[in-house]
Design a protein around this ligand. Structure first.
Ligand SMILES: Cc1cc2nc3c(=O)[nH]c(=O)nc-3n(C[C@H](O)[C@H](O)[C@H](O)COP(=O)(O)OP(=O)(O)OC[C@H]3O[C@@H](n4cnc5c(N)ncnc54)[C@H](O)[C@@H]3O)c2cc1C
Length: 457
């Protein structure tokens, strides 16, 4: 039994859709991560579920690791081939299969990106709301239980996936869930696979919940002298039940990055970027009420607009925040980390983190989806500088400890991959051992994305 025997068999099934070309292997051994490249031994490009099943059966018989690949935008070393093996790249399984407009759902293959899906849906008046900023694949988003700027209104992938087709570690093809809006029929296997990071099976089809495109959208931006004022504005807005579609915090370092990278003209202080969805009247009314809270909290420069071009410019700037922050330090690479805390502890969590980074030897802008209590630090290090990488890891470590101390989680949306493995015991206690039991039962040979989520021998 060997990886090479699996590859020889797979090439008979896939022909030139199995690649061992060095650039392909290198590309699939990294993703947006600070971990060193760990390439697979081959990359498979299946075109349908039966092929995925054949790939997994062959790999299972040869004890060959199988790593799913969507768009490679994950941040915690999720796709690193720690034991080599075969990377299954879903880019050729990227179709919209059925749009059920009357039921507001859509069936898709996993390789479609969220931007392509929304382009396809445009004429239907519907859209898929989960938006991690990066143009990730829907399969990868389900596998990481992704969320992003709109989760405060529409929820995360957990809330927006109705059903799945999954290829298990022995090659069996199963279906979880249905197109019904709810069900009490047994264990919730859909939720088990959403967020399993490819460690329990490969997702080959997804049924997603859709939303109607809002009649009106208002977006706004405002500045604050202190982080605490910005965060308290968020908390009050939520407590008053003003329905926000997005509410994003950026700190003063990120505002500087926007000025340099995107030519913005922002005061270099903390800001909130917000969006409201509704009718013409309700979106304007929500923006007006939010403006009153901003005034009460001492916010400045509150401006709102219903113009599509203003909105596009605002969110393009936000979506490019990662690259803007990277550009703050020439040639830098980043350790990106996220935590999520109960909203009442958010100000504390952000301020402690800000102080910790300021007292360190490296820059690290902070930004996040604060409506959910979730924020990120983009810790900028010189490539190859191991001392700085250690500083970044220490900061990230203290963020994880802070999240747990404040009743939160070590990752709100990026996932565990390899980067957050060391905190799983602290967050879940015996629950982590139960995750290990589930994994052993579904994947006894530990071939599905080994080395992620769990530490198994
Ligand atoms: C600039 C930037 C901003 C980001 N912002 C956010 C954000 O706001 N919110 C957020 O949640 N994330 C964010 N991310 C992280 C990233 O976009 C998400 O983790 C995303 O869900 C990964 O999707 P992907 O298609 O790139 O998956 P990949 O990176 O290709 O894979 C991720 C994981 O899913 C597994 N996988 C992929 N496809 C399948 C499949 N079909 N079946 C089973 N397993 C599979 C892989 O094995 C791996 O474990 C950001 C990343 C970047 C670079």
């Amino acid at each position: 039994m060997s990886i090479q025997s699996a590859i020889a068999e797979l090439s008979l099934v896939l022909g030139d859709r199995l690649s061992s070309a060095k650039p392909d292997l290198e590309l699939h051994g990294q993703s947006e991560t600070h971990f060193t490249t760990m390439p697979p031994d081959a990359v498979a490009y299946p075109e349908n579920t039966d092929e995925v099943s054949k790939i997994v059966r062959i790999c299972a018989a040869q004890d060959c690791p199988v790593i799913g690949w969507g768009a490679g935008t994950s941040l915690e070393g999720h796709t690193s081939a720690v034991r080599g093996g075969v990377c299954v790249d879903f880019s050729r399984m990227n179709k919209v299969l059925v749009v059920n407009a009357e039921d507001m759902d859509v069936v898709v293959q996993p390789g479609i990106t969220r931007e392509d899906l929304n382009t396809d849906l445009r004429a239907t008046g519907l859209f898929f709301p989960v938006d991690p900023g990066a143009n990730a694949s829907i399969g990868g988003m389900a596998a990481t239980r992704a969320s992003g700027t709109t989760a405060v209104r529409y929820g995360t992938m957990r809330d927006n996936v109705r059903a799945l087709e999954v290829v298990l570690a022995d090659g069996r093809i199963i279906r979880t869930g249905s197109r019904a809006r709810k069900s009490s029929a047994g264990y919730d296997l859909t939720s088990l696979f959403v967020g399993s990071e490819g460690t329990l099976g490969l997702i080959t089809e997804l049924t997603l919940k859709l939303q109607g495109q809002p009649e009106a959208v208002a977006s706004a931006i405002c500045a604050f002298d202190a982080i605490e004022d910005a965060v308290n504005t968020v908390i009050t807005t939520i407590q008053m039940g003003i329905p926000m579609a997005r509410i994003e915090f950026v700190d003063s370092a990120t505002a500087t990055a926007f000025n340099i990278y995107a030519g913005a003209n922002m005061p270099e202080v903390p800001h909130l970027l917000v969006e409201f969805h509704g009718s013409d009247t309700s979106a304007s009314e929500d923006a007006r009420r939010f403006g009153e809270i901003v005034d009460d909290m001492g916010g400045k420069g509150f401006e709102w607009s219903t113009k599509a071009e203003d909105r596009r410019a605002l969110w393009a700037m936000r979506h490019n925040a990662y690259y803007a922050c990277l550009a703050l330090r020439r040639g830098a690479t980043a350790l990106v980390t996220d935590i999520c805390v109960p909203i009442s502890r958010l100000a504390e969590a952000v301020e402690e983190t800000r102080a910790d980074i300021t007292n360190s030897s490296i820059p690290g802008p902070i930004l996040g989806h604060v409506g959910d209590g979730n924020f990120h630090a983009i810790l900028l290090v010189e490539p190859g500088n191991t001392k700085e990488l250690e500083v970044a890891k220490d900061l990230s470590h203290r963020m994880a400890e802070r999240a747990l101390r404040l009743g939160g989680t070590i990752t709100g949306e990026h996932g565990v991959g390899m980067g957050k493995l060391d905190y799983m015991q602290a967050e879940h206690g015996d629950g982590w051992a139960v995750m290990g039991d589930i994994k052993r039962s579904l994947d006894p040979k530990n071939i599905m994305n080994p080395g992620k989520v769990l530490k198994l021998n």
